[in-house]
Design a protein. Structure first.
Length: 285
């Protein structure tokens, strides 16, 4: 049966049966290596917000096709209309099926965009299904990276994007993260925020083997974030909002943005001395 499903997949299919069971393309180790190579050529990203307070628009799991992207269009329109200092994150599963990255690119990379109002993206499992990593990389360049914000000479917040699209981080990425946090935690940032796709505290097993990381990996990862004083971990994947506080770190899972989702929403994080959150429902069709 699995072979039948795999052989019948077409460019609008959401079924990659082989990819759901085991990596069907470059593994997280390869994606990490290629991302680090790209980051070395691009250089560091230090974003001047020109204020201590700014907003971050965050969505996840838009699962767009070439015909269904109403909510993602709305998210970008609301983000672009914001006049205060701002950033945006998409926490993965940008697309739902094959060959939909050009449509996503046209929405997320809008005319006149600068680094201060770009949409930072992390890959989800749907984004790498069907051996799509090379296509994702063409559009979004890297799956593991970091940037920080500042107000002139004053450092504000550090953001770290991790690749959890397979439901694991891998040895090389974890080794890099430990070294990086050890270095950056000493630089006086106001807070450290880590974002990725896969959630850690699953409500059910609906996502199969990518539901969350293995227990030992979860223990190592959460201990690492706590050790180096990370404030938040933001993610999506399970299509249900969730809030967990563990070892002093807040783990926040967002609802999906997908058009057909029941009760879709996105989040606005207001970054100041403290973070406050608003959840915004998408308008009904």
């Amino acid at each position: 049966m699995m072979l039948l499903f795999a052989s019948c997949a077409n460019e609008d299919s959401t079924l990659d049966m082989k990819g759901m069971i085991s990596p069907n393309g470059p593994t997280v180790a390869t994606r990490f290596e290629q991302s680090m190579a790209y980051n070395a050529t691009r250089g560091e990203m230090h974003l001047d917000m020109q204020a201590d307070d700014y907003s971050i628009y965050v969505c996840t799991d838009s699962h767009i096709t070439r015909k269904t992207h109403r909510n993602l269009d709305y998210f970008i329109a609301q983000y672009r209309a914001e006049t205060a200092p701002k950033l945006a994150l998409h926490l993965g599963d940008v697309i739902d099926a094959q060959k939909n990255f050009p449509c996503a690119d046209s929405i997320l990379h809008f005319p006149g965009q600068t680094i201060e109002d770009t949409v930072f993206v992390t890959p989800g499992n749907h984004d790498i299904y069907f051996k799509q990593w090379d296509i994702y990389r063409d559009f979004f360049k890297s799956s593991v990276y970091w940037f920080d914000t500042h107000n002139g000479a004053k450092k504000l917040d550090l953001f770290i994007c991790l690749d959890s699209a397979e439901g694991e981080l891998g040895v090389a990425q974890m080794k890099w993260l430990r070294t990086f946090l050890d270095e950056k935690s000493k630089e006086g940032y106001r807070r450290i925020i880590v974002f990725s796709h896969t959630h850690l505290w699953k409500l059910d097993a609906s996502q199969g083997h990518t539901s969350n990381m293995a227990l030992e990996a979860t223990y190592e990862f959460t201990s690492l974030l706590a050790q180096y004083g990370a404030e938040c971990y933001w993610c999506g994947h399970q299509h249900a909002r969730q809030l967990v506080r563990f070892k002093g770190v807040t783990y926040r899972v967002l609802n999906a943005t997908k058009d057909s989702e029941s009760g879709p929403s996105y989040m606005i994080a207001h970054m100041g001395e403290h973070i406050t959150y608003d959840y915004i429902d998408y308008p009904k069709e």
